[in-house]
Design a protein around this ligand. Structure first.
Ligand SMILES: Nc1nc2[nH]cnc2c(=O)[nH]1
Ligand SMILES: [Zn+2]
Length: 457
């Protein structure tokens, strides 16, 4: 369909209707009665006014009669980016929220994670979490798996099979005093990390990449952290971990690493803070530490459900943004009980309002700002914003087709509403019944088209 002096790629399909996304300049840009074309590589080829449909169809070589029209209460928004989720913990999501972080890890998390050397169990849980998150609009997920290399490779394979964009991390931990069998030696951790990276890269999955994953400073020796920093650097890979989530944790890190200026300094000195690093939580970071994040280009994942559920703390998002630190949202399943990023949006707004209750001077986040954090912000936090995050020409088409008036859905519309109101209703009241289609890199991944083997699990 491409013409001779136009673009070289063919247009696969074109949608017409309302498109809502964020840009660096504005948290909410509403594009009404526009047309968006996706090429056969899954990239956004053009976006423009429907009034210019004829000239666009000539330039890009498609027929106006093939354009798919959205209905009155429908819109497209960018896919949601979950910057921090523990795939194995999905097996107990919604339970075990009765104790603080370190006790919670020992009592619930480590015993459950140790079961993932059983590949059949891993297969069952990992296909469930990938399906559940995709259905809820998570087009990109940054996953922690467990210390088990083969099960971690299986998670990567399942994400690839279902078409989810993912970073997948084999967890590294060479310190664990409570569940003694759930840890590695330093050598095992390095060797298995290298095997994980090599085998995953060798699969050449187009949308799934490895991420170097020291669990957190309390689970790793300094030697291991330094070695993992070097592995990430040599392979130009992402890094993920946890930081400053809970007061007790921060205190213990200080005791375990007394020669460092701060928790952030521990990671920095082990070469774990790069512009491809994402650290979860950061509730107790000082301004000096935030400045170090800014300086290194490392980002934060705000996980408000988890922070509240484990009584960990509350992140001052306004202060993080003031320091120009890249920030996305995470579900942190199962510290956070919900796998849906819509829940992360709501809990982010709730936390911001609690901070305002405590200090009326606190500048509450708007829903538009939080919408940006859940989409473009997440893509920036994962350094994937050259590929995804909004509807810029040249990016992959990662998108949700939302119908706020879906039959049997959770939202009642009394009258025709403007798009901004429709988005606000969806963010506050919507669920997967309103997400009628999900696209990743131009491919429709919801409703599922993957084979029946996965569907029955
Ligand atoms: N919320 C949370 N924090 C952690 N810190 C180290 N491991 C974990 C984990 O699994 N969940
Ligand atoms: Zn976590």
């Amino acid at each position: 369909m491409a013409n001779s002096n136009g673009p070289t790629t063919e247009i696969n399909y074109v949608y017409r209707g309302t498109f809502i996304h964020s840009t660096q300049q504005t948290p909410l840009q509403i594009l009404e009665d526009e047309v968006l074309g996706v090429d056969t590589d899954g990239k956004i080829a053009f976006i423009g006014k429907a009034a210019e449909l004829d000239s666009l169809s000539q330039t890009f070589g498609f027929s106006p009669s093939e354009v798919i029209q959205l209905a009155q209460h429908e819109f497209f928004m960018p896919g949601l980016v979950d910057t921090h989720i523990h795939a194995p913990q999905y097996s107990y999501a919604g339970t075990a929220l009765d104790m603080p972080l370190l006790e919670w890890l020992n009592k619930y998390t480590f015993p459950v994670e140790s079961r993932f050397k059983d590949l059949e169990f891993a297969q069952q849980v990992y296909s469930q979490v990938v399906k559940r998150t995709l259905r809820n609009g998570t087009t990109t997920a940054c996953y922690f798996a467990t210390i088990h290399t083969d099960a971690s490779l299986l998670l990567a394979q399942i994400a690839n099979d279902f078409g989810q964009r993912a970073l997948v991390g084999k967890v590294c931990m060479d310190r664990n005093n409570s569940v003694k069998h759930y840890k590695e030696t330093n050598q095992e951790s390095q060797d298995e990390t290298c095997r994980f990276i090599a085998e995953l890269l060798n699969k050449k999955y187009p949308l799934v990449r490895p991420v170097v994953t020291p669990r957190f400073a309390l689970s790793c020796t300094g030697a291991l952290m330094g070695q993992l920093g070097a592995i990430a650097k040599n392979n130009n890979l992402h890094i993920q971990s946890h930081i400053s989530e809970n007061v007790e944790e921060v205190k213990l890190v200080k005791e375990l690493f007394p020669e460092y200026k701060s928790y952030t300094d521990v990671y920095h000195k082990h070469n774990l803070l790069t512009d491809k690093t994402v650290m979860a939580h950061g509730c107790y970071l000082s301004d000096e530490e935030l400045a170090l994040f800014r300086q290194t280009g490392a980002s934060l994942s705000h996980c408000p459900n988890s922070n509240i559920s484990l009584c960990s703390g509350m992140l001052n998002v306004r202060n993080v943004l003031k320091h120009n630190v890249k920030l996305g949202l995470g579900t942190d399943v199962a510290g956070g009980y919900s796998a849906s990023m819509l829940d992360a949006v709501r809990r982010t707004l709730d936390t911001s309002k609690v901070l305002t209750i405590q200090d009326p001077e606190y500048d509450t986040l708007t829903f538009e700002e939080v919408f940006r954090l859940a989409t473009l912000g997440g893509s920036q936090a994962l350094s994937l914003d050259d590929r995804t995050g909004n509807f810029e020409v040249g990016k992959d088409f990662d998108a949700l087709r939302v119908n706020v008036a879906a039959a049997d859905g959770p939202i009642d519309l009394i009258k025709i509403e403007e798009p901004k109101i429709i988005l606000e209703k969806f963010l506050n009241l919507g669920d997967d019944r309103n997400i009628v289609e999900v696209f990743v890199a131009g491919r429709k991944v919801v409703p599922f088209t993957v084979n029946a083997y996965y569907r029955k699990t």
